[in-house]
Write a protein that binds this ligand. Structure first.
Ligand SMILES: Nc1nc2c(c(=O)[nH]1)N[C@H]1C(S)=C(S)[C@@H](COP(=O)(O)O)O[C@H]1N2
Ligand SMILES: [Mo]
Length: 314
């Protein structure tokens, strides 16, 4: 039975503890870190918005961005991740760097983040399910991270793996979601990964990244369907061959390796010509807007695919 002991914390200390937590959370948020993580040495100033790589579209609300999620490790319904991702422990966190690079090894989140200045980028985010959002992310260019590990000339692709831990991720227990093999793996061609738009995300709306959005470290590749942007990354591997990715393995006829947003190439079961902006009406009143080639980033990225048949390489 439980033995009641006198509360060891006096009210005055409680206030201090609360103040300490608030300060720590604010600091962590300012630097795009998960609560409990150490601060990067270089983070001297508050994150600035990168105007060159930010859309003028109106951002979705914090509420919309953090309660309408795809993160199947925490359930299939859009509000499941917000309800279930509290069980994810984001500190301590390690990332394994592997494959075709000189500096393979296991790095702490602090090692990963320390040299990078965190900036804000307002990106359009287009899900393959034909809905979209506008999200003010915090983070830094993926290319800056990848270069640090000195990829070899054989590094033609990069693979990103999400945490595998059924204890923390209820969707990985038992049979989980039929058809998906855990852990979640997605990958990019090396030139895509090195493109300045490919973004390593550590926060949103000036705050630490909520678990349901892929804390403490997730990718966003804004010209591709959202499923290419892996969450809660624990491994980055440089490869010579195209990696086997979760979605293109589960349903190769529906989800390709490239997954570039393309209104001219429909999904076999639905059109990709338009999208529903989350927050702009729902059901019968949902407002649909035209989907743009490469999600509106064609000027920046179309060159990566010169000469490729985008219908075959969907
Ligand atoms: N590990 C993991 N990463 C994932 C997913 C997932 O289910 N598991 N869903 C993907 C899909 S389909 C989308 S649209 C985006 C959603 O990101 P958001 O919830 O931050 O909007 O995450 C992607 N990354
Ligand atoms: Mo998605």
């Amino acid at each position: 039975m439980l033995i009641r002991r006198p509360d060891p914390i006096r009210p005055s200390e409680l206030t201090d503890e609360r103040w300490f937590r608030m300060r720590r959370d604010l600091l962590a948020a300012a630097f795009g870190l998960a609560i409990g993580g150490a601060l990067p040495a270089r983070a001297a100033a508050a994150p600035q918005r990168n105007a060159r790589y930010s859309t003028a579209d109106k951002p979705n609300t914090f509420e919309e961005i953090t309660t309408y999620n795809n993160f199947y490790e925490f359930g299939l319904d859009k509000d499941d991740p917000a309800r279930n991702a509290g069980s994810l422990r984001t500190a301590p966190w390690k990332v394994a760097i592997d494959g075709e690079c000189e500096l393979r090894g296991s790095y702490t989140l602090e090692d990963i983040l320390r040299p990078h200045a965190i900036e804000e980028r307002v990106y359009r985010h287009r899900c393959v399910e034909a809905w979209s959002m506008v999200i003010p992310w915090l983070g830094f260019p993926l290319a800056d991270l990848l270069r640090r590990f000195k990829p070899t000339s054989k590094a033609k692709y990069v693979e990103f793996t999400t945490l595998l831990d059924p204890k923390q991720m209820p969707g990985q227990r038992g049979s989980g979601f039929g058809g998906l093999d855990w852990p979640y793996v997605e990958g990019l061609r090396i030139d895509e990964a090195m493109h300045p738009l490919a973004f390593m995300v550590t926060g949103l709306y000036g705050r630490a990244l909520p678990n349901q959005n892929g804390a403490p470290l997730r990718l966003h590749v804004p010209w591709k369907y959202g499923f290419k942007s892996g969450k809660s990354i624990v491994r980055i591997r440089f490869t010579e061959r195209q990696p086997a990715c979760t979605w293109s393995t589960a349903a190769p006829g529906e989800y390709g390796f490239y997954a570039n947003v393309n209104p001219a190439v429909d999904h076999p079961r639905w059109s990709q010509a338009t999208e529903r902006r989350i927050g702009q009406g729902s059901g019968f009143f949902a407002q649909r807007v035209p989907t743009l080639p490469f999600n509106g980033y064609a000027d920046d990225v179309a060159g990566l695919y010169k000469g490729m048949d985008l219908r075959r390489n969907f």
